[in-house]
Ligand binder design. Sequence first.
Ligand code: ZN
Ligand code: ZN
Length: 368
Amino acid sequence: MFCVIINLYHVHLQAIRGQHEILMKALLLEEAGLDPKIVSRDLPIPILGTRDVLVKVKACGFCHHDALVMSGVLRRGIDLPLVLGHEVAGEVAEVGSEVSTVSLGDRVVCLPSNSCGSCQECRRDREDRCTNKRGLGHGIHGGFAEYIKVRESTLLTLGPQIDWIHACLLACPIGVGLKAMDQAAQIKAGETVVITGAGGGLGIHILQATKDRKAKVLAVTSSPKKVALLRDLGADQVLIRGELDFSEVVLALTEDRGADVVLDTVGSVLFPSTFRCLGRNGRYVALGEIAGMEVSLNLAELIFRSSSVIGSVGVTKMDTDKAIQLVTQNKLSPIISHVFPWKEILEARKLLQKGEVLGRIVLQPNNF
Ligand SMILES: [Zn+2]
Ligand SMILES: [Zn+2]
């Protein structure tokens, strides 16, 4: 019965397309700034190319990236007006004539960038390095809309076990964190790992995955309210940012050796404390930058500690597939602080800026 309904819906959409432009509701950022203008508008439902897929959006995470675009801090490659949102889960509503890997009614999660599926990087399963990619909610319209158009190479299918609000976090932030851990940091069992912003959307999922790799986790947070949950999720120690520099605590807890790995989801505002946490042969991985400031680094310290500073961005299907496995096997729980309708997007931004979000805020279409 379920499939019949989906197919009738599809026939309906296709039939109407032949005669008229059909419209969808979308949340459009028209002006960025301290007081951004973001409004619900009617936009045409996108027309598909042969390898495109139309996804009916069921849930979309609200990421720091969205907040930075709204405030105008992030401008490069952005053309307003724009539909934000790159953490998308939904249902396949229509497929292009050459699409072969997904079908109508499939439950899917999108990678955060629309990869081409045919360049050399995509053929090596490195969708994160696709030379033709464009970010959802950045270079092209994203997921705060009733429908989103993506290439089929951007989609992974899901079983029924993971519900929509959890599914939308599988690629970003969960897969993004797994890529940083496995490709950049290459964490090994028994290593000591410092995670900054441990209560945020990236940190809280990295923390769980790091515990699954049998590493020792020192979680850094600015919020005493988040301590109990971080402990419950496996943090060996929770360090609250305050009067005492957390790098002093890390050195005390490691008998002055420092950490093997720092996974920094916060960025410049915590530098150089984050770098001071790092021990000999340590790896400092930058995977979040919330302020966009410059930092100063003493190269002699880098040399004498034989340490590495590595940036990590994006996510592949392989990382997202690992996220799906971890969540399905109950080894990692997507953490959601609030589920809001679209119209509450400014409230979501306010909470994120205040640091009051534990995990992620998810937005759903108003009529869901
Ligand atoms: Zn994101
Ligand atoms: Zn490509």
